[in-house]
Design a protein around this ligand. Structure first.
Ligand code: G3H
Ligand code: ZN
Length: 291
């Protein structure tokens, strides 16, 4: 199907006390690898396109999202399309305007660098318009580390403030700062699992873990058990992709056809996505078996 409704996928994860894996797309081959890995695992995932990825392509969000929509439509599993870390007001407007008619199922309105009152104002304004367009909306409260050095990794989301933020904005999902940090190249982050449980108890919407590339498998499982319901992974895919390209080119300095080294890199992404799916959403594996 074309761009599965993200709210439905997250609701299914909530019901099964598991999480929806959500993977960053940089280009077509990333999207192909992610869909292939998810299809092999038999688990619904999100293709998430960040503001940085949109800017990298230079021609607006439509070409990459159109490619993701076509891949989603042809996939044997449900694939949702999510706009990730959208800070720019014009891009928020464009994402809402394209909306579900263009295959987009959700948007993360990221006003987390603003102070609390401005974060609430910016998020609430976008939520009303995004809901009218049929989109599920995620926002961020707290300071998840590693985003262009903008945030301090030590800061944590406060449960009471998070509950107030959700009530004041009407968001459907909340990204929380619980110890993970964006763009980690090592998998040794430790999470505050007690805080995740406290947030899950206090906040009436699903919680989202960002910066999950740096979180070890067993800690990802513990985070899901504590109440995380959407898990964002980006950097780990890039490490796998680039590592594959590097080893191919190191072994063959006469290679010229990108297909020769991009194909194994795409496979490396697919393998890793499949593995992440099996770690993050084992409860959804049984869904495949029962189909
Ligand atoms: O929103 C995207 C994620 O938080 C990805 O973070 O690149 O550190 O895995 P990561
Ligand atoms: Zn993130």
């Amino acid at each position: 199907m074309t761009g599965a409704p993200v709210g439905d996928l997250v609701a299914a994860a909530v019901e099964r006390r598991t999480a929806v894996p959500s993977f960053n797309v940089i280009g077509l081959e990333h999207a192909e690898g992610i869909v292939l890995g998810a299809s092999r695992a038999g688990i619904p995932v999100l293709l998430q396109i960040s503001e940085n990825a949109i800017r990298f392509h230079g021609g607006g969000m439509r070409p990459l999202i159109a490619a993701c929509r076509e891949l989603a439509e042809a996939a044997p599993v449900d694939i949702g399309i999510h706009l990730d870390h959208i800070e720019d007001a014009a891009l928020i407007d464009e994402g809402i305007a394209l909306g579900s008619a263009f295959g987009i199922g959700s948007i993360m309105v990221d006003a987390s660098t603003l102070d609390y009152a401005d974060n609430v104002r910016t998020t609430a304004d976008a939520v009303g318009r995004a809901h009218a367009a049929g989109l599920w909306v995620e926002a961020e409260l707290g300071a998840i580390g590693g985003k262009d050095g903008a945030h301090a990794p030590g800061v944590r989301t406060d449960p009471a403030e998070a509950a107030s933020f959700v009530a004041a904005t009407g968001v459907d999902g909340l990204a929380v700062a619980v110890g993970s940090s964006h763009a980690m190249a090592t998998r040794d982050a430790s999470l505050d699992l007690e805080l995740i449980a406290a947030l899950a108890a206090a906040v009436p919407v699903p919680l989202v873990l960002h910066g999950s590339s740096g979180v070890p498998d067993d800690v990802i499982r513990e985070a899901v058990a504590a109440g995380i319901r959407k898990i964002n992974v980006g950097t780990a895919l890039n490490i796998a992709y680039t590592g594959s390209v590097r080893s191919f080119l190191d072994a063959d300095d006469r290679a010229t056809d990108p297909r020769k080294y991009v194909a194994p890199a795409r496979d490396a992404v697919a393998d890793l996505v499949q593995r992440f799916c099996e770690v993050i959403s084992p409860a959804l594996l049984s869904r495949k078996a029962s189909r």
